[in-house]
Design a protein around this ligand. Sequence first.
Ligand SMILES: Cc1cc2nc3c(=O)[nH]c(=O)nc-3n(C[C@H](O)[C@H](O)[C@H](O)COP(=O)(O)O)c2cc1C
Length: 177
Amino acid sequence: MDFFEVLEGRRSVRAYAQATVAATQLATILDAVRVAPSAGDLQAFRIAVVDSPEQKAGLAKAALGQSFIGDAAIVLVFLADVERSAVKYAQRGRTLFALQDATIAAAYAQLCATALGLASCWVGAFDDAQVANVLGAPAGLWPIAILPIGVPAETPQRPPRRSHAALLLRTQAGPPH
Ligand SMILES: Cc1cc2nc3c(=O)[nH]c(=O)nc-3n(C[C@H](O)[C@H](O)[C@H](O)COP(=O)(O)O)c2cc1C
């Protein structure tokens, strides 16, 4: 699958087969995450790898009962390491860059999972404190995204997207010619 096929092929999948994700596949996903850009190359995020049924059920509950999380082979939780970024960037690191680092990392993980023939779904609707509690995460690690990953058991249609024109912001001066 080339890069553009990966972009085209990724879908939010919310049904997973009862199949495992191999340790080598997880390692490949983590390798992809490691090459993601981050503010000041601080890589101000952490990843919790969850595969126990109890913890997965806890995450599903923390995510407002999104039960498909419990059906995935593994669940990655991306947490912003706010103080790591704050050391260099103070408040901007704490409130923005750590969040962005974790977000980019999760996006890379999703694309890599797709390239491996796996499926995922970005889950952002959750109670932060409950997620941190399920993971036993210390203060300063802010849960940003839950990513259940598994072998797909559904093939969702492509959802509609906005047009180029709708996405572009026309500035008054316009681009230089
Ligand atoms: C920040 C963010 C939060 C999201 N939260 C959820 C969620 O809590 N539950 C869910 O089922 N999907 C969630 N999604 C997935 C979106 O619904 C999905 O990306 C969107 O409908 C487009 O579909 P596609 O990913 O298949 O292209 C989230 C996606 C993003 C980027």
